[in-house]
Design a protein around this ligand. Structure first.
Ligand SMILES: [Zn+2]
Length: 398
């Protein structure tokens, strides 16, 4: 355990109070890093100071490591790491200080951990953490809570909201970020304190879990020896299955699917709004998909399509009827146009053609300098969102 003064050492190095926010800590670090940069200040003193600043920042900028530091786990000095005081008093003091910050439990499942979550406002996304020392049960609950917050309030920010929400789902499924160094230290102390207090099953479990964070030969040796000393006592174990987490995440996603179905499925109200917008008729430039009927032997070249003057005045009459009307004028002096017709195409919201209607132009053969007209009221299916008209004709030589 460190004294209260020691606990604030890293904050002092960065010149911020322990209550500083993560952005205040970052700002302070950047300012100092510029001040003590070797290019600006090449002295040995400055280099030493810079090392302190970097070390302090590496801990205070990481939510989980910062939480462990704030809780007084004591990583300020390398020399303190292996220092255990062999006394019940020490153990009891440790238990007073280091226990689950959620429920107060003291057992081998405690971890230094940070749970990421995302909150998006309009399109801006903010990544936040819930960090501290928590037991297995509180880690399960908090990780599910942080995943739920991200799924409800974070994902719509583009692009970070989406990425961070996915990251949050994965990291929280794995019960949060657990920094290696701090958890090694915590589990060693948990093993030690539980052993002193005679909670051998918990001490064995802590040494077993320690091997996940500490792959050293020494850690394995200590574990094996302790297990040999107490061969009959079984180490504690908790279930690792994440039913609760999966149930919450699945429920929220199911809710989105349900709401999405209600909004994007067949909804009469939205259809009405779209349909009532006037002037949805989009006249299309005259095209001629019908092959020209001029005999191959004819030396004549059909006139340019610009001699066909099309005026389309089609429009909606009501939500379910449209009037298709207009005129076609043959502005050429020698050639006639035949097989003149209008095809009306009705599309749905996805722009897929759901129905076509042939509209007769009268007369269907328009002599040079002549004019044809069309005027028809068409019933439009309810799912029709917009319609367009296309003019077809064939040139006929004089
Ligand atoms: Zn707890």
């Amino acid at each position: 355990m460190e004294s209260g003064d020691n606990r604030e050492e890293h904050y002092r190095v960065l010149g911020v109070p322990p209550s500083a926010t993560s952005s205040e800590i970052k700002t302070a670090y950047r300012r100092l890093a510029k001040q003590y940069h070797p290019d600006v200040n090449p002295s040995t003193e400055a280099a030493k100071r810079m090392a302190e600043i970097n070390h302090a920042y590496s801990i205070l900028s990481d939510p989980a490591r910062k939480a462990a530091y704030d809780a007084g786990l004591g990583f300020a000095e390398e020399s303190e790491k292996e220092e255990f005081v062999e006394s019940v008093e020490y153990a009891e003091a440790f238990i007073r200080d280091v226990r689950c910050q959620g429920c107060g439990r003291f057992d081998h499942t405690l971890r230094v951990v940070a749970f990421p979550y995302v909150i998006s406002i309009i399109i801006m996304s903010f990544k936040r953490f819930e960090a501290g020392i928590f037991c297995h049960y509180c880690r399960s609950a908090k990780s599910a809570k942080c995943a739920a917050i991200s799924l409800l309030f974070g994902w719509w920010g583009f692009p970070f909201g989406i990425f961070w929400t996915l990251e949050s789902l994965v990291v929280n499924f794995l019960r949060g970020n657990t920094p290696k160094e701090e958890n090694q230290q915590l589990l060693k102390q948990l093993a030690w304190v539980n052993a002193i207090l005679g909670r051998i099953d918990e001490a064995k479990a802590a040494l077993r879990d320690l091997l996940k964070y500490d792959k050293s030969e020494e850690a394995r040796r200590i574990k094996d020896e302790f297990y040999k000393d107490y061969p009959t006592i079984k180490p504690s174990k908790v279930s690792g299955v994440r039913f609760g987490y999966l149930a919450i995440v699945t429920a929220i996603i199911a809710m989105y699917v349900f709401i999405g179905g209600a909004i994007f499925g067949e909804s009469s109200e939205t259809s009405d709004i779209i349909k009532s917008t006037p002037a949805q008729a989009v006249p299309v430039t005259p095209s001629k998909p019908v092959p020209i009927t001029t005999p191959k032997t004819s030396p004549l070249i059909p006139p340019s399509d610009s001699f066909v003057v099309w005026q389309d005045t089609s429009n909606w009459v009501s939500h379910t009827t449209a009037r298709i009307s207009g005129s076609v004028t043959n502005a050429h002096h020698d050639w006639s146009i035949t097989n003149v017709k209008i095809v009306m195409e009705m599309v749905d919201k996805s722009d897929i053609v759901i129905q076509k209607a042939n509209i007769a132009v009268l007369p269907s053969t328009i002599t040079p300098s002549g004019k044809g007209e069309y005027n028809k009221t068409v019933e439009v299916p309810y799912s029709c969102d917009a319609f367009s008209t296309v003019l077809y004709w064939t040139w006929e030589p004089p």
